[in-house]
Design a binder for this molecule. Sequence first.
Ligand code: PMP
Length: 359
Amino acid sequence: MAKESVSGYTSLVRDCYRSGGYVFARRAGSAGEGEETCRVARLASNENPRPPSPLAVELGCRALREANRYPDERMGDLVAALQDYHGPYHFVTGVGMDGVIETVIRTLVCPGERVAVSTPTFSFYALAAIAQGADVVNIPRNSDFSVDTSSFVRGAKDAKVSFLCTPNNPTGNVTSPEDVEEILSSIPGVLFLDNAYVEFCETDYRPLMKKHGNLILGRTFSKAFSLAGLRVGYAFVPEWLVSCYMRAATPFTLNSVSASAAIGALGDREHVRDTVARVRRLRKKVIEECRYPAFPSGANFVMVDVSPSTGREIAERLSEHGVLVRSCESFPGLGPHYIRVSIGEEWENERFLDVINTL
Ligand code: PMP
């Protein structure tokens, strides 16, 4: 059994190891009672706790047997599978949605040009923009984390690319397609709408692609499709963007194993349906039963206000009981008193509720 460290689960822990797909922690028992072992509830990274679809595993393994060959640069089979799944849109792919974000910025933004970000939100947009030498402007959300469309439009007026995440990480709230459309019609640049968690809500932004040539919808196989480890992201893009993106991207945007597994994942709709049904059921339970106020969420996580404690204090206390959650203190523009808890397996969220309700 390989030893590993699980970030955030440090106090009292002697070591961690992985077995049967789970992570366990050994810690010293109290007052010389010997050693305790407990399975760690991993609720810090918004992963899907379920393994990938068997079809994804089968196609990935088959591709591995032919890995002596380079993959198709245009990812033709994956693009065809995406068109089969979603309809006749234009797609680009990348190493996770992170890779897509980075390539979109490299394609569209020159050093010194502006990138706007609706905050608090996922921090990678600003990191990727800064790496490109862009000038990043933050557009603060309202105090309930909704997007003020007129202040967004004002903040994005000189931006080449603007980022808006819906459902938003870490707040969980959803921006309506009507508000997105108002923004799209009023900004001169491109809007990157990050839909990493969209499968878990009931809102569909795809119809906006048909009407607006300045919209990119970012998607990932890391969440609803259970393939976080394979790093597969993609985006719906306007037709004009495809060839510029391909020129700016590294020659092979994905490896053949990841691309084939993604095709398998798209082919198993039952797997995604089960995941989404579990997330919606457990999310409701977490929001209703947590003794701290939890925000409504359209994603596979929930943000909880743990004031007067800080997020860091509560995350640390939870980790002492084998529950890993994310303290939100590192999200710029958010106060210090929030945690983000993923929707995992039933036992993981049960443990989270049992522990947090005693803190
Ligand atoms: N966007 C958001 C909002 C995310 O939370 C994440 C990952 N946590 C990503 C994009 C990147 O996802 P991927 O694993 O596809 O790189």
